[in-house]
Design a protein around this ligand. Structure first.
Ligand SMILES: Cc1cc2nc3c(=O)[nH]c(=O)nc-3n(C[C@H](O)[C@H](O)[C@H](O)COP(=O)(O)OP(=O)(O)OC[C@H]3O[C@@H](n4cnc5c(N)ncnc54)[C@H](O)[C@@H]3O)c2cc1C
Length: 421
């Protein structure tokens, strides 16, 4: 049966575009559908966050040509994370001496001498992804449009838009974010629970160099992260109860800077905000199934987690890499890419890993976002203990750099070359 596309991806966000590039590189004809005007998504006002991209995820970005698209002139917009310092404390006081320190030098062999990951501002990543998708001839943008419905049949899936137009494909991919319309149309439910927290995000400049060290300070109301961007800049993710976060958002610039300084201490010298503040209500959400008839969910449409470990986008990238590989294998074996068998393979590959990480992040957040005496002592001891046990520390470092588990070829840095296309 002839269809308009092999794969239609609804959602041209960070995950949807990466999936489009991965599947297109593997030789499939892709349509990317988005409700938003692409130029609006590229505006600096669209998203003030930055993402920690694990080493394995960054290898995938290299294999897809996105890392090159992040380079402007001599400079790349990806700031290496060489070290991570995790500590427990209270605003205005020195952190506990029992902390956890990860240094990329300690796993340099397993990591091929690479850093633990890279910090990239989402706006830069989005620009790089858009630039790269424009270069690839088997990707077609279909935006802005509104999907009205879709219908899956024995040999194709058809999407109907609000203007009456219809497009068909062998497989539909929902990458339309945590409120996925496609997931709802498919009747796939979610397990969800609130975090009772909001994350305030901004970018600061500081006097002294950060030396590629990411700091995660666990304060009673939630984690406060200082994440090294290129230059003397850092992305801040400051987690608070919703009331305290709303109050912090309402502070004037001088008061806000003073509150930041109380949490930073003085190790980076003077610190001042250089970007607007953003706030995100945090919750956990996990789709009950990642598949439907000729349908796969990826990225936040399938799983949305707390940013405590900087893993949400990385999980979506792993979904995208696994999806491309499953489609390649199906084609090689003469199977229909949208068949139940194929989709079950995707669910088996990704659901266990994502379930584990979703719950680990939830437990971590509950354990660290409180000031209960015995818990406080236990977690400080725990941090100190993991720091002292080299194999355990090594495991956490490899996990942070995305090296654990059954990695699809793209995450090992292997691009799809002609012999597999
Ligand atoms: C404060 C914070 C910090 C974070 N830090 C990190 C980090 O350091 N590292 C990390 O790995 N992750 C991090 N994350 C998580 C990460 O940002 C998300 O997991 C990621 O952005 C999800 O991307 P996505 O493409 O799946 O969804 P989205 O970015 O939500 O994209 C969805 C796309 O679908 C489109 N869309 C929506 N509805 C429709 C529709 N009906 N029809 C068509 N198109 C539609 C939208 O326009 C958009 O383009 C963080 C999250 C937060 C809140």
């Amino acid at each position: 049966m002839k269809t308009d596309f092999d794969v239609l991806i609804v959602g041209g966000g960070l995950v949807g575009l990466t999936a489009a590039l991965a599947c297109a590189q593997a030789g499939f004809k892709i349509g990317v559908i988005d409700i938003a005007e692409p130029s609006d998504q590229l505006a600096d006002t669209h998203d003030g966050r930055a993402s920690a991209i694990a080493t394995a995820s960054f290898r995938m970005m290299r294999a897809l040509g996105v890392a090159d698209a992040l380079v402007e002139g001599e400079d790349s917009h990806a700031g290496p994370i060489h070290k991570i310092l995790v500590s427990d404390g209270q605003a205005g006081k020195a952190p506990s001496p029992l902390n956890l320190f990860f240094d990329s030098a300690q796993i340099s062999e397993a990591n091929d001498g690479e850093p633990l990951g890279y910090m990239v501002e989402n706006r830069r990543m989005r620009h790089a992804l858009h630039k790269q998708t424009k270069k690839v001839k088997n990707i077609t943008w279909i935006a802005p449009v509104r999907v009205a419905s879709f219908e899956a049949g024995a040999d194709k899936v058809s999407i109907r838009f609000e203007d009456g137009k219809v497009l068909s494909a062998n497989l539909l991919v929902a990458a339309d974010g945590r409120n996925s319309f496609i997931r709802k149309l498919a009747g796939i439910g979610v397990s969800s629970w609130p975090c009772h927290q909001k994350a305030i995000v901004t970018t600061v400049e500081h006097e002294l160099p950060h030396e590629g060290i990411a700091h995660e300070l666990f304060l009673p109301s939630g984690p406060f992260a200082i994440l090294p961007l290129t230059g003397n800049r850092a992305s801040i993710v400051w987690t608070e109860t919703p009331r305290a976060a709303d109050a912090a958002m309402a502070l004037d610039d001088a008061q806000f800077s003073a509150e930041l300084a109380r949490r930073f201490g003085n190790f980076l010298g003077k610190v001042w905000p250089i970007a607007p503040r953003w706030s995100y209500l945090l919750s956990f959400q996990h789709a009950k199934s990642y598949t439907g008839e000729r349908l796969v969910l990826i990225g936040d449409a399938a799983h949305a987690i707390h940013p405590i470990a900087g893993q949400g986008f990385n999980m979506g990238l792993r979904d995208a890499a696994a999806l491309a590989e499953i489609l390649v294998q199906a084609r090689a074996e003469g199977r229909d890419i949208g068949s139940d068998l194929n989709l079950d393979l995707f669910e088996d590959w990704r659901k266990f890993d994502n379930t584990l990480l979703t719950h680990a992040c939830d437990v971590f957040n509950r354990l660290f976002s409180n000031d209960v005496g015995p818990l406080k002592h236990a977690r400080r001891l725990g941090l100190g203990l993991v720091d002292k046990l080299a194999p355990v520390r090594g495991f956490f470092m490899r996990e942070a750099s995305g090296q654990i588990g059954d990695l699809p070829p793209l995450l090992r840095g292997e691009a799809y070359r002609e012999d597999r296309v």
